[in-house]
Design a protein around this ligand. Structure first.
Ligand code: MLT
Ligand code: MN
Ligand code: ZN
Length: 295
């Protein structure tokens, strides 16, 4: 399997339009690379691609990566799109894919319901962009020879659907991870995960490669930096650091590990930070836009 990081950032991207944090300022000044919102492309042969989550930046992401360019008049190498939740950073890009070129759209029924309930998505012609509900634990072909299976991870409903009482430990169809198999390899894509439960850990045990939620370095990062009022877990994202963080929880896996969905406040984005050094010493890779990875 070949992976192409279309966007390594969490919602907001790097820099985020309204943010003057150190990382966002450095990205504006091109001291560190800018990065688009959460999206990963996967292919078996480098010709046919599937996109995992359609980010609001998809137009630029497709422009920046020649692998995504049309090969003829009105064409795309992208044959399918898969959504892992209904967050804006994962679905808004569908609106940029509305120009009558066919592809298959895969997601759980609950995530497809989010699209149905928001009429703006009717602009994406259902006759061309066929919507395929997928049950959890059901194998389906994302593209010929590349099989996918969805599994529940702890999470919450999309931000724009939150009520007064928000549960972040929902296990169901609203937030899923993806298991991908092709050419005898197993890869996982989990851009949002509130907690690495024993069930999540067991699920990931056969991985050759994982792409995992690297939103925040620690749970209080946004509060401490003055950029937000919520903890990472309240946003549905387990922190990287700490005894219950993703590095410790996933350290027993033999898989090659890459952090994706990285928030613009995250200190691992600074090349010389001790946090980045720690992540790399722990055997993790930090995704950047345009990066190609094989599994
Ligand atoms: C998240 O991953 O927490 C979401 O992208 C938040 C949002 O929708 O803005
Ligand atoms: Mn997100
Ligand atoms: Zn920022």
């Amino acid at each position: 399997m070949r992976f192409l990081i279309l966007g390594a950032s969490a919602g907001g991207g790097l820099p985020q339009w309204n943010c003057g944090c150190r990382n966002c300022v450095d990205a504006r000044n091109r001291k560190i690379p800018c990065s688009g919102q959460s999206s990963l492309a996967v292919s078996l042969d480098g010709q046919t691609w599937s996109i995992l989550n359609a980010s609001p930046d998809i137009r630029q992401q497709m422009l920046d990566n020649p692998q995504m360019h049309p090969r003829s008049l009105r064409d795309t190498p992208v044959t399918s799109v898969l959504l892992t939740n209904g967050d804006i950073d994962h679905i808004a890009g569908l609106l940029s894919l509305r120009e009558q070129t066919p592809f298959s759209l895969f997601a759980t029924s609950e995530i497809l319901d989010v699209l149905s309930e928001n009429r703006i998505f009717d602009a994406v012609n259902r006759e061309k962009v066929t919507r395929h509900p997928v049950a959890l634990a059901q194998d389906f072909d994302l593209q010929p020879g590349l099989s996918a299976r969805l599994f529940a991870v702890p999470g919450k409903v999309p931000l724009f659907m939150e009520g007064n009482d928000v549960r972040t430990d929902l296990i169901g169809e609203q937030t899923v991870g993806v298991r991908l198999t092709g050419n005898g390899k197993v890869a996982y894509y989990v851009p949002g995960c509130a907690d690495v439960t024993d069930a999540v850990l067991k699920q990931l045990s056969d991985a050759d490669r994982i792409f995992f939620d690297g939103t925040l370095w620690d749970d209080d990062e946004m509060i401490r930096s003055g950029t937000g009022i919520k903890t990472g877990r309240r946003m549905g994202h387990i922190p990287i650091s700490g005894p219950d963080g993703s590095i410790v929880r996933l350290q027993g896996l033999r898989a090659a590990k890459t952090f994706i969905h990285i928030n613009n406040t995250n200190p691992i984005l600074q090349p010389d930070s001790p946090e980045r050094a720690f992540v790399e010493q722990s055997g993790w890779d930090i995704a950047h836009d345009g990066q190609e990875i094989s599994a």
